[in-house]
Design a protein around this ligand. Structure first.
Ligand SMILES: [Zn+2]
Length: 280
């Protein structure tokens, strides 16, 4: 890390421009090596985690998503933000008061947050309840959602994606079809999943609302930590009054501070947990 703490002024200071650029190239290449080694170390450390916690933030509220990302960055963590493909468009018809009540972000913001290391995943084309639609229509909406993400979100790969069902509502038919298009999906069920493993395509979660969800999250975390191992996936929404079942930003901040101090706990988004922690 120490070698990377040079500013541009350090590199260009008293040396001539040619010498400085050679020094800069050499220092930057050692930084790249160090970063690669650090990433490897981080992955190795993550594989030792026995308790994984994913707070899975739905609906893509603009203000909450920006704040959530900032809080995660304070602890060097990636946030898990699941957004509706068309929620930023004027033609979008919000499915209820909790989504209608706040501005949603657009793909300018989602690309920016992804670039900063956060995970941006699909949460439907227009937030339809897929279990209440004919199968063909439900599949069509999911494919349109994945196409939209492929076009608008830089680096998005459906095969690496976690599709987060609106209302955590799926059907057995959709659950068996969807893994032919995405890495995994999140739907309703138990909050605690087995640790990431090969072939794991169905992730289940719980949530709490419409009031403040903090006590419920605390209870689920306590339940996880009582077990020898597990992966808690908790579906949250906005911060500071935004969305269904919100939490306070000060609560999230303190929670991440507490969780990152526990050696066995890894806080990470669902896609990252599957890609980094799955043993072949
Ligand atoms: Zn939602």
């Amino acid at each position: 890390m120490g070698k990377c703490r040079y500013t541009r002024r350090d590199l260009l200071g008293s040396a001539g421009a040619g010498a400085a650029s050679l020094m800069a190239a050499s220092w930057l290449s050692s930084c790249r090596l160090n970063n690669a080694e650090k990433t490897q170390q981080l992955k190795a450390d993550n594989k030792k985690k026995t308790h994984i916690i994913t707070l899975s933030f739905d609906d893509g509220f603009k203000k909450s998503s920006v704040r959530t990302a900032e809080i995660y960055e304070k602890y060097n963590l990636s946030a898990c933000i699941n957004v509706i493909a068309t929620a930023h468009l004027k033609t979008f018809s919000p499915p209820g008061e909790y989504i209608a009540g706040s501005n949603r972000g657009d793909f300018g913001l989602w690309n920016e947050l992804k670039r900063r290391g956060h995970e941006i995943m699909p949460h439907g084309y227009k937030h339809a309840n897929k279990a209440r639609l004919p199968l063909g229509q439900a599949k069509d909406l999911i494919l349109r959602c994945l196409d939209y993400f492929s076009k608008e979100l830089k680096g998005f790969e459906p095969k690496e994606a976690v599709f987060n069902f609106p209302y955590n509502s799926s059907t057995p038919e959709l659950e068996s079809w969807l893994p032919t298009h995405v890495r995994a999906f999140r739907t309703g069920g138990g909050a605690i999943n087995p640790l990431p493993h090969k072939g794991q395509v169905k992730l289940t979660c719980t949530s709490f609302g419409p009031g403040n969800c903090e006590r419920d999250i605390e209870a689920k975390i306590a339940e996880l930590l009582q077990r020898d191992s597990g992966w808690l996936i908790y579906n949250t929404h906005g911060l500071d009054g935004e969305g269904w079942g919100p939490m306070k930003s000060s609560f999230l901040d303190k929670l991440l501070e507490r969780l990152t101090a526990i050696e066995s706990v890894g806080v990470m988004p669902a896609g990252k947990a599957l890609s980094q922690l799955t043993f072949a």
